[in-house]
Design a protein around this ligand. Structure first.
Ligand SMILES: [Cu+2]
Length: 273
């Protein structure tokens, strides 16, 4: 019975390690990463997982051993202990060192992803001249592209609901805002998550390495319709992106007229004078 109880306890770490081992091949692990900085985020995550995992296994094995060793009949007398200073120093120092290791390992990665002073600006987009503004609200994602002069306040603003279209292999910088409560802009396949805070304009950047469509979800419980805040980041070839934006702008100028749109005409003046 003693052995059976011990083995039952040991089944927990064994199943834990086993499920960790096979998770990736069953698709239970992270989705594929397509952003330039995602690999660094993943390596940080893996480092912490290994640290926690090894500690977990060691603790469980100790627990199993104590269960086996001290559950023998007749061994019911407790030992009174005054504590052990050396031991306490050790179990304080080891976690402290591990936390320091985590803290120092993440500093440069955090700075690269989050510090707007270090954002890349080599693709024409920068904190001052972002590719778009992304507004979160209950329960909507709204992306606004500036007019040709980079102006967000003009009349010729392309606006897309729930769809953020961007060029591939480009350092995309955008401004994240909220119209009401806290939301969070989360694209798992970019390893990018950023809160949208009411009253704040938060610059965010990413660089998607592959053309495709990637889920954008709200990761901050923001009200009853939170589950509906599911959008899409659509990554296009750079030329296709330019064409898409141009077409969208022409749709604006065409003012709903399909004929004008078909002509590729972009002015009211000639047609309505
Ligand atoms: Cu939400």
């Amino acid at each position: 019975m003693r052995l059976l109880t011990t083995l039952l306890f040991l089944a927990v770490p064994i199943l834990g390690v086993w499920s960790f081992w096979i998770a990736d091949s069953y698709g239970w692990w992270f989705p594929e990463n397509v952003s330039t900085y995602g690999d660094k985020t993943d390596s940080l995550f893996n480092m912490i997982t290994y640290m926690v995992g090894i500690t977990f296994v060691l603790t469980e094995v100790c627990l199993g051993w104590f269960i086996f060793r001290y559950s023998r009949k007749g061994q019911t007398k407790a030992v009174f202990s005054h504590g052990n200073h050396k031991l306490e120093m050790v179990w304080t120092a080891i976690p402290a060192l591990m936390l320091l290791l985590v803290a120092f390992s993440q500093m440069s990665i955090w700075a690269e992803i989050k510090f707007s002073t270090g954002f890349p600006d080599d693709n024409g987009y920068s904190v001052e001249e972002p590719l778009a503004e992304v507004y979160a609200s209950q329960f909507d994602w709204r992306v606004r592209y500036p007019d040709e002069d980079g102006n967000f306040n003009g009349a010729d603003i392309v606006e897309t609901p729930f769809e953020f279209v961007v060029p591939v292999d480009t350092n995309v910088v955008f401004h994240l805002k909220s119209r009401d409560v806290l939301h969070s802009f989360f694209v798992p396949m970019f390893r990018l998550k950023q809160d949208a805070v009411p009253g704040m304009t938060i610059p965010v950047w990413f660089n998607a390495r592959e053309v495709g469509e990637y889920e954008l979800i709200c990761a901050e419980l923001c009200g009853w319709g939170h589950y509906k805040m599911a959008g899409m980041v659509k990554v296009l070839e750079q030329a296709d992106y330019k064409e898409w934006l141009e077409t969208k702008r022409q749709e604006l100028y065409a003012n709903g007229s399909e004929e004008l749109l078909a002509d590729g005409d972009d002015g009211y003046e000639e047609d309505y004078e």
